[in-house]
Design a protein around this ligand. Structure first.
Ligand code: ADP
Length: 140
């Protein structure tokens, strides 16, 4: 199985509740390694661009408000099958549907304030990583 990289974001509801370390432990326990990590406050423009695929959805404005409401921690995770593995440990978008032992089951508040983002394909991971990190900031 190939070693991959994926983009993860610890979202404002989780940073507000001081859950960065606890969430990182779930990721490390899934054999995902942090090869880059930084805490930032997204601008409205950054959030709109990042979630551009959702711009026609009814929840788009609310999503941008939420993602800019507090600090986030953006991370590059590396590991075998990292994209799928991260999606598995994150759990379903709506925590009501998330499996036991997943980050969203254990920490998410609702379908919007769901604590983490993870790239949904290797192709999107490459785009999302390049959006937040210079190559020199990623140390494998
Ligand atoms: P995921 O983050 O699991 O890949 P999506 O790409 O479908 O899910 O949605 C992106 C983000 O938009 C979600 O993580 C969540 O924060 C928000 N979101 C998704 N669906 C809804 C909804 N029905 N109502 C409010 N916010 C939503």
């Amino acid at each position: 199985m190939a070693v991959e990289r994926t983009l993860s974001i610890i979202k404002p509801d989780a940073t507000a509740r001081n859950l960065t370390g606890k969430i990182n432990a779930y990721l490390e326990d899934a054999d995902l390694r942090f090869v880059a990590q930084k805490r930032v406050r997204l601008t409205r423009e950054q959030a709109e661009t990042f979630y551009g695929v959702h711009k026609e959805r009814s929840f788009f404005n609310e999503l941008v408000e939420y993602m800019t409401s507090g600090p986030v921690v953006v991370q590059v995770l590396e590991g075998e099958n990292a994209v799928a593995k991260n999606r598995e440990v994150m759990g379903a978008t709506n925590p009501a549907n998330a499996d036991e032992g997943t980050i969203r089951k254990d920490f998410a508040l609702n379908v919007q304030e769901n604590s983490v983002h993870g790239s949904d394909s290797a192709e999107n991971a490459a785009i999302e990583i390049a959006y937040f990190f210079a190559g020199t900031e990623i140390v494998g």
